[in-house]
Design a protein around this ligand. Structure first.
Ligand code: ATP
Length: 339
């Protein structure tokens, strides 16, 4: 069968921050390769492993039972060395020396930039978008986002119970250094008072303090502020709210628990499907592709095109959230007109 495919030996790696569903993507890729009788090599520790030859042989049995496991069985890493010309060349040389004629890279946009550099060394690469940030422009969904949102929502719901009992304000910092998609999802799903994201500029007094005061005057006695880590330090936000309003304010950083846990159904399904598609593309001789979602369909596009796009923040959804939270009729009417 392998002589019917464009590749006979492929490598699979996970890179950048880990996300729930990475294992399911690995399994989808490895099982598809096994089915097509393509030899599959697991590259451990991302691009660092590609430079150092940190390989394991993978077959059908080596990915048994991993679909529901968080983390990544191949480990992940950030490799400053790979980011240099020499490092990338070393990685490409390893591929050539090992007879790896196709590579599946699972990670975020940094991982894809690395893959593009490898493509310039004539290595066939296919990327699978996997990051809890959902910040990759070419795809409507990235593996891990749904599970991370659910993990954060579960924590905020619990915090809300105790904040309600004590009439406190809860400031919760969620991940998202450059993107607020996770914060927006979590804030909407938990009925937060305020959501702070890096994409929106704030006048702290007007957009945070006055709004909390307005909510208090309207009868609220507990408040939730969701802060993406790239918007402002959550602990600073909490200090300023306590000082300005006198409300007993507690700060929680959800930290790395957002990256862990058993992937939810959506992440398992998307990851498995994307793993399958990535290897199918390599088998068909396609090079330099990124697997993506448009609506509920799986597509693929050229890596250069994929990386030239910029992901828009969903300002409409953000504005609707504010309108519903603060019963802002004008904003809501405007969004009807814009729709
Ligand atoms: P996440 O955003 O979820 O952490 P990511 O894939 O964007 O995922 P990064 O740490 O940005 O994570 O990138 C992972 C690895 O990809 C880096 O350690 C580096 O080896 C490589 N990489 C990142 N950016 C580039 C770049 N501009 N050029 C070449 N390689 C890169």
């Amino acid at each position: 069968m392998s002589n019917e495919t464009a590749v006979s030996r492929i490598g699979v790696l996970t890179s950048g921050g880990d996300a729930p569903g990475m294992n399911a993507a690995i399994r989808g890729a490895v099982r598809t390769a096994a089915c097509l009788e393509i030899e599959c090599i697991g590259i451990r520790h991302g691009y660092a492993g590609l430079i150092n030859g940190d390989f394991i042989k993978m077959d059908q049995a080596s990915v048994k039972g991993i679909t529901g496991r968080g983390g990544t069985m191949l480990y992940t890493a950030r490799s400053p060395e790979f980011n240099t010309k020499e490092g990338c060349k070393k990685a490409a040389d390893t591929c050539n020396n090992m007879g790896i004629d196709g590579l599946v890279v699972i990670g975020g946009d940094g991982t894809f930039r690395g893959a593009m550099d490898l493509a310039h060394h004539d290595i066939s690469v296919v990327g699978i978008p996997c990051t809890i940030d959902n910040d990759i422009a070419c795809t409507s969904y990235t593996i891990g986002f749904d599970t991370a949102c659910n993990t954060a929502v579960d924590a905020v719901d619990k915090l809300n119970d105790t904040m309600q009992s004590h009439e406190r304000c809860s400031v919760v910092e969620v991940m998202g250094r450059r993107a607020g998609h996770l914060a927006l999802g979590v804030g909407l799903a938990t009925g937060a008072t305020i959501i702070m994201v890096p994409e929106v500029k704030y006048d702290f007094e007007v957009d945070v303090i006055e709004r909390i005061r307005a909510a208090r005057l309207a009868g609220r006695s507990n408040f939730t502020v969701i802060v993406a880590e790239g918007a402002e330090r959550g602990s600073d936000v909490a200090d300023k709210i306590a000082k300005a309003t006198g409300i007993d304010t507690r700060f929680t950083s959800l930290g790395h628990i957002q990256r862990g846990g058993s992937p939810h159904v959506r992440d398992r399904v998307v990851a498995t499907s994307m793993g399958f598609k990535a290897v199918s593309l390599l088998a068909a001789g396609r090079k330099s592709r990124i697997v993506a979602m448009r609506g509920d369909k799986y597509i693929d596009l050229d890596i250069h095109e994929a990386l030239s796009l910029t992901k828009e923040f969903d300002y409409e959804l953000y504005k609707s959230f504010s309108a519903l939270t603060f019963l802002d009729k004008n904003t809501l009417m405007q969004s009807f007109k814009d729709a």
